[in-house]
Design a protein around this ligand. Structure first.
Ligand code: ARG
Length: 599
């Protein structure tokens, strides 16, 4: 078959809002199916489109007829569609199975249109960045995503790690939908514990250790002075009065605190960088102004929502089964909840967001619902645009040296565990250019994939052995799959450069069921991204990656490039593997993972 030299195009299809065949070619196929349905049944194009779903394995798209609630028996309805059906550029066949209609796409066109789209949107975009999988549904909208948010001078626990991993993914996900994303870290940098540390610093602190590792030093001081405070109420009282001075803006009391904060942020930023995580804004509890908190309290008071109890102020949320929440302590100092309320108001004023997400562990479900409820009672119209993205507990993340208290311990352990694993294969290990960097990358990939593999809300037990394994559904397995894909072109220089897509004869792909399955999955990627968005679940992307990599694994034997004497065939297959690699890389990057070229 002679390939034409112009770009391949499918015949026009009608259009619907939120569909865009130029970014997701499966939209065109679905629109064609919807058109066929709306031509033969009493349905609008939109109604019909809403009924076109992915089929089970082996079937491309499926329509469950009962969902349309049409008069008549499924058989009669199906007959109407089938009678009128004629195979075309989009659809090769329609088959009825009870109340379902299964549509099989035209294999040759499906393969060509998907591979061309992947190629174009990866290598030939105006932005010069890979765009396959992206869409513009969020264009013009702004979101604040608050995540990670550790507490200075307290431990960075696995809950913060999860928030960091999930939050960074969500930031990428919203960007992939065209949103303007503000990544925000809301540090726990305020509260009575800072009075305690100030007292402790005089006793146990020193400048040198502070500069070497502020996070560690402050934590050590905190642990020691906490003990002292438990034994001696005078220490506690001193700490409280110190914090009161800080809240009153006493510059003398604030001086050290400022340095602690700055050094901690600097250290955190370095560690986030190693995790491939970035924040646009380092905010913190300390930055919420007294005024916005006082205003909020006033407003609550005027609306009759405040109860007083022994000098403290509480919002009564019992009508919503959320108990009573303290918003102001007896000594007049603010607390966590009040800071969140004032902070949200300030963020709205500054950013005028269309949506704001808080990525916080499910242990704080009550806090977040109280907080959102108060904003709602205060009648802020944007209160409805706040979303709490919660997640379950992680058990068992300790290093060989003991319990994890710092982020850099987790990073170091991930890297060492991986490094040891890689050294087991001496030959391979010798070939790695930068083993430190590589083991760090794969180690972090292992940690992230283990975290994002299941639904957020599930608890899981962290397992270093599983995290480092190259077999089974693990991070190293995904990196390995990418490396292997990337090696095909390197090992077959005689096939390069590949001709323009229109000059590649894809007959061999059309004949291979493995190739068809792979390409179909590639075509579904833009939908996977949208599904992840609907549920805010990274697992949607991880599951897709595993599925794709499994199919690739089973195709290695039959869809060969090296050793294929027919250059035309070898080129078509290489093209498909290059596209596959592009999609695997895109999905890994979406998950905040940097795909490796070699390992
Ligand atoms: N720093 C808090 C903690 O470690 C988490 C902050 C969550 N965000 C918020 N806006 N409350 O528990």
């Amino acid at each position: 078959m002679a390939a034409s030299s112009s770009k391949f195009t499918l015949p026009p299809v009608p259009s619907l809002p939120e569909t865009d065949p130029s970014r997701c070619v499966f939209d065109a196929y679905r629109l064609r199916i919807a058109q066929l349905l709306s031509d033969t049944l009493p349905l609008s194009l939109e109604q019909a489109y809403g009924g076109v779903d992915y089929g089970k394995k082996g079937e491309d798209f499926t329509v469950a007829l009962p969902r349309f609630r049409l008069p008549g028996k499924p058989n009669e309805i199906a007959d109407k569609v089938i009678e009128k059906f004629q195979a075309d550029e989009f659809i090769a066949a329609v088959v009825q199975d009870k109340a379902f209609l299964h549509f099989r796409l035209n294999t040759e066109n499906m393969i060509r249109s998907v591979l061309e789209q992947v190629t174009e949107l990866t290598h030939d975009t105006p932005s010069k960045e890979p765009e396959y999988g992206r869409n513009e549904l969020g264009k013009g909208k702004r979101i604040i995503i608050e995540y990670s948010s550790p507490n200075i001078a307290k431990s960075f626990h696995v809950g913060h790690l999860r928030s960091t991993i999930i939050g960074a993914f969500l930031a990428n996900l919203y960007k992939a939908h065209g949103w303007d994303v503000v990544s925000m870290n809301y540090l726990g940098d305020w509260g009575t514990q800072f009075g305690l540390i100030a007292v402790g610093f005089q006793k146990y602190g020193n400048q040198e250790d502070l500069e070497k590792d502020a996070i560690k030093h402050l934590f050590e001081i905190y642990v020691k002075i906490n003990k002292d405070a438990e034994a001696d109420p005078a220490v506690k009282a001193e700490a409280a009065s110190w914090f009161k001075r800080m809240e009153d803006g006493d510059e003398e009391a604030l001086k050290n605190w400022r340095v602690w904060r700055e050094l901690s942020v600097k250290k955190y930023a370095e560690e986030y960088q190693r995790l491939n995580v970035h924040f646009d804004v380092y905010n913190g509890e300390s930055m919420v102004s007294q005024k916005s908190m006082a205003d909020a309290l006033d407003r609550l008071e005027k609306m009759g929502l405040i109860d007083e109890h022994e000098g403290a102020k509480l919002v009564n949320l019992e009508a919503y089964k959320m108990g009573k929440a303290v918003v102001r302590k007896k000594d007049g100092t603010s607390i966590y909840l009040t800071r969140d309320i004032g902070g949200a108001v300030e963020r709205y004023e500054k950013y005028k967001f269309d949506r704001m997400i808080y990525v916080v562990a499910s242990q704080q479900d009550l806090h977040l619902s109280q907080f959102f409820k108060v904003l709602d009672l205060l009648e802020y119209p944007w209160a409805k645009d706040l979303i709490h993205i919660n997640y379950g507990l992680v058990q068992g993340m300790s290093t060989r040296k003991g319990t994890v208290v710092f982020l850099d311990q987790i990073i170091r352990e991930a890297s060492t565990v991986m490094h040891e694993q890689m050294q087991k294969n001496e030959d391979k290990y010798k070939a790695i250019v930068d083993p430190e960097e590589t083991s760090l990358n794969i180690g972090i990939t292992g940690v992230k994939i283990q975290d994002m593999q299941a639904k957020r809300i599930n608890n899981y037990t962290f397992n270093w052995d599983r995290m480092k394994s190259f077999e089974g559904d693990t991070g190293p397995y995904l990196q390995y799959a990418h490396v292997r894909l990337a090696s095909i072109a390197r090992k077959n220089p005689h096939l390069l450069p590949l001709p323009a897509p229109s000059q590649i004869d894809i007959a061999t792909l059309v004949q291979s069921s493995h190739a068809r399955e792979i390409v179909f999955l590639l075509g579904s990627y833009p939908d996977v991204v949208k599904t992840a968005m609907r549920t805010h679940e990274p697992s949607a992307v991880v599951t897709f990656l595993f599925r794709l990599c499994h199919v690739i694994s089973s195709a290695w034997e039959t869809v060969i490039v090296k050793g294929e004497e027919d250059v035309e065939k070898a080129r078509a297959r290489l093209w498909m593997f290059e596209c596959t690699r592009d999609v695997v890389a895109a999905a890994l990057r979406l998950l905040t993972i940097s795909p490796l070229e070699r390992m």
